[in-house]
Design a protein around this ligand. Structure first.
Ligand SMILES: [Fe+2]
Ligand SMILES: [Fe+2]
Length: 205
């Protein structure tokens, strides 16, 4: 196991805290996402420790209550705290879970002591995506959709193909799988997601 710039004690502390913050199934999903992220890290050319840390923490805010989710997502923190806090939109107030990436980045700083900008961006971006996502953000977005526990239609096939596909293709397919999942549930498209889809579409042309 590669621990990179975090020592064993810090990893244990982060894992222990996460286990207390999440329900069991979500914790398992987080560990599986970290494992998938580590597996795909060389393809996305990102450091293994960043892949593991961002994968592990990506859903760290998902079990917050809706009210707390909205509050934490809006926190203004010094340092690499992600985009400036803005008032939640009508869509975000209706679906506070859409902000679990934004809230997660804030929790990762405050509760887990993470300072790495790329890791924080990946935690934030994994839910809604955005235009011009950096490699680590794209990796975590994909790993979240590909981890071994995912059972949506086509998940197994995507996991199998992942060993031969390019990073760009893995990411595009993960985005398509999530868009399909959202459509099936009648969930509205967040503007950040729409921006990402537009960007991917324009690259195809
Ligand atoms: Fe998530
Ligand atoms: Fe997730």
């Amino acid at each position: 196991m590669v621990f990179g710039t975090l020592d064993m004690r810090k990893w244990r502390r982060i894992q222990g805290q996460l286990q207390r913050d999440l329900w069991e199934g979500r914790y398992r999903h987080s560990v599986a996402t970290a494992e998938m992220a580590v597996r795909l890290a060389p393809r996305f050319r990102v450091e293994v420790w960043r892949a593991r840390l961002a994968g592990l923490l990506h859903d760290c805010a998902k079990d917050l209550s809706p009210a707390r989710m909205l509050r934490v997502a809006r926190l203004r923190l010094a340092g690499p705290a992600g985009p400036a806090a803005t008032r939640p939109s009508a869509l975000e107030r209706r679906y506070p879970s859409a902000l679990h990436g934004d809230a997660g980045a804030k929790l990762a700083i405050r509760r887990y002591g993470v300072r790495d900008r790329r890791v924080l961006a990946a935690v934030r971006d994994h839910v809604l995506g955005r235009q011009r996502m950096p490699a680590l953000s794209r990796l975590i977005y994909a790993a979240d959709m590909l981890e071994e526990g995912r059972g949506y239609r086509g998940a197994g096939e995507l996991r199998r193909r992942a060993s031969v596909l390019s990073a760009g293709e893995i990411f595009r397919r993960a985005v398509a799988a999530k868009a399909c999942y959202m459509r099936e549930r009648g969930l509205p498209l967040h503007p950040r997601t729409a921006g990402m889809l537009e960007e991917l579409e324009s690259k195809k042309r």
